[in-house]
Structures are given as C-alpha cells and as structure tokens.
Write a protein that binds this ligand. Sequence first.
Ligand SMILES: C[S@@+](CC[C@H](N)C(=O)[O-])C[C@H]1O[C@@H](n2cnc3c(N)ncnc32)[C@H](O)[C@@H]1O
Length: 407
Amino acid sequence: MKVAQRSDYTFKYNLKLGRHGWLRLTPAYSVKLVTEIIENIPQNSFILDPFSGTATTGLVASEHGLSAHCFDINPFLIWFGNAKCRNYSTNELKNLKLGVGKSMVEWKKIVNENNWLPDIYNISRWWCQHTQKILAALRQAFVNQFGEPKEDNLSSLAWIGFCRLVIETSSAAFNHVSMSFRDKITTFEIEQVESLYQDIINRIVHSAREELSGSGSVHFVDSREVVSINDVEYSHVVTSPPYPNRISYIRELRPYMYWMKFLDTALFAGELDWQAIGGTWGVATSRLKYWEPHEVKLPESLKLVVAQILEKKENNTLLMSNYVWKYFHDMYLHLHSLRSSLKKGAVLYYIVGNSSFYGVQVPTEKILEDSLKSLGFTNIGNKVVRKRNSKKELFEYCVYGTWNSKL
Ligand SMILES: C[S@@+](CC[C@H](N)C(=O)[O-])C[C@H]1O[C@@H](n2cnc3c(N)ncnc32)[C@H](O)[C@@H]1O
C-alpha cells in the first residue's frame, strides 16, 4: 500500500490556525489529526496528554468543549501551553493593548542603554548587534510594564508576541526537518521591528478573542511517574510522545527560552533534556554512556533491536543502543505508571514515529504495542498515519489500546 507524506498531518497545518499558530514547534502534531481523534470522543470525557509540547491536544479539546490535563517537563512549554488554553475577556485584551502601547513609547527612550541580553552561545549567529540592542530594549520595556513572564497572566500574550518577534528577526531557517541558520543575517531598524511586532500582537489578540468552551491546562509532571491532577480518572489519552530519533526540543526552543529567562546556561539545557524521554542534548548524551536500566520487563522485540545495533561495527554503537534502550525503558515506565490514573475502559492514542540506526529499523509502534500488552492493556493495534520523508522506511503511526483491568 502506498502511504502519502500528508503535510496536513504535520505542524505545518497549524501555522495559520489562530492560537495554534502562535509559535511553531516542528515536532508539534497536526490540529487536523488531533481533531479527527477528538471529534469521536464523547463530551463528558476527560482527556490526558502526558507529552503536551505546545498544548495542541489541550487547545483542540478546549475548542471542542472537552476537558483536558496536559503534562510536560519543559517550563517554557508549560507556561506557553497555559497561555494558549486560557480565555481572555474583552477588557483584558484592551488593557493588554494599552500596556503594549506604553511599552512601545518607553522602548525608544531606552534603546541606547545597556539592556540585558541573554547568554545564548554565539548570539551573533542569530541576530546582528544592532538588532540585539533593539530586542533587548523592547524586552526591558516589557519587563518595566508587565514584569518578567509569569503563569496565568495577561502579559503572556505580549511575551508570546515577543518570542515570535525574536524568531522572525533571527537568521534561523526552517527549510529542513530541524532548524538551521541562514548565511546572511538581516539588520532590522527600530521602525521595522515596531511594525512587525504590531502586526504580530494584533494577530495574537485577534485569535485570543475566540472563546474556548472547554478547559485545558498544562502541568509540570514527569510522565515517567504519572499523577492525576485533582484525582481525575482519565477516559482518553491523546498524545504524541518524543520519537526515538535524537531530536531535541531544546534545540528549537532555545531562543525563546533564553530570552524569556526559562533557560540560562547550556548546562541547564542538558539537565532538562536528561529528564526528557529521548533527550540527547549536551550532558544527556554523555550520561547515556553510563546509564543502566531499572529492573523492568522490556519486550523481546526491543532486545532484538538493541542487539542488532550493538552488532554494527560503528563508533557509537554502544551509545546508540543505550539511547534506544533508554527511550523504550522510559516509555515503559510511563505506561506502567499511567495505569493508576485511567478510568476503566480508557482508550489510548499515541502518535509515534519509527526510526533507524546504522540501517537497523527501530519499530517503535511494535515495541510500544508489546509494552502495552505486557502491562495488561487490550484492543491493541496501530494504524499508519503518514510517511515522514522521502526515506522509504520512516512512518508515523497511531498506536492504540484500551485499559480495562484493575490494578
Ligand atoms: C513530540 S513533543 C509533543 C508535541 C505536541 N503534541 C504538540 O503538538 O506540540 C513531546 C513533548 O514531550 C515532552 N516530554 C519529554 N519527556 C517528558 C517527560 N518525561 N515527562 C513529560 N513530558 C515530557 C517534551 O518536552 C515535548 O514537549
């Protein structure tokens, strides 16, 4: 059977969809895909997304009048997801615009001062010094007006606009699956930045007006140890966990996280990625070499793949086999702990991708199905969603299962 690449089943579909398009994250999944799942979920359901990212599930659920709890370990994504899923009154949005207007006036007065700049490695690769100065002054004007970014605050919209500005004035290019840099860095003048920001904030405010009839919230929870918020028993899990493909969320989120003070050193970026399933940034990679699994009963299909990678005569086979091992080990811990937060009959939908190391196929869908089976889930299966790129063997799947047992 021929499987299509379906860009409508990727983050690209979301970019022009109001709140969903506020900031891009390449590993975000498609609103269309989530909607197709959520449309079939009854109104009184409670959805869990244990790997929230940009809160696509939380927002689609809220837009459809459903309730959702979402988890993540990245503080920036938690803050951002909550801002995306919040309702904003007309009065609040009016006040926001007033605050932004005042900041714009102050901004021009302080542009030549020595304002704070983030300690991003090789910052001049992202913005020239002139643009850095303009952005730093705008940031300071926002801090003076609203304070630093905080949870559940109207000013989040101004800050999200700032994040968008930061990326649009940078030399980051998104022509590939992951981010790269353009050779030429554009210099922006203050008038250009002002009109760009005005345009961004107008679009954000416009989409923030749309009222959400359901409720979605994002919480700091490590999904290897799931807890239920307010003792909710979840009836559905709709999620897209990391894939075992060594893509690090920190890489793409770095500019936002540094400018918003959610990240201040490369060391902390590595620490955060060590907590992330499939994380591979900085210290996370060096720790992998010495990592040893807990005593858990992992599927034979995983052991086979790990052995095949180890057999390859390449420099990093031990590291890569440990990477794959730890990924499925952490996913197993996740599924194991998830069970106590599920309602009887709860249905799971996991959008995952397979991968390949030194030509060895990692059948993510099969290994997750085997893990679900060994943990007592039933009605397990998978459906191919799309082909991931021109490489024939990379696909995205929806792995599903049902929780019908008692622990
Ligand atoms: C593929 S992304 C999810 C994308 C999301 N569906 C969206 O549309 O934006 C996976 C997310 O899982 C989060 N994550 C990784 N390890 C985690 C863990 N141990 N606990 C909770 N979240 C984790 C990452 O920070 C990342 O945001």
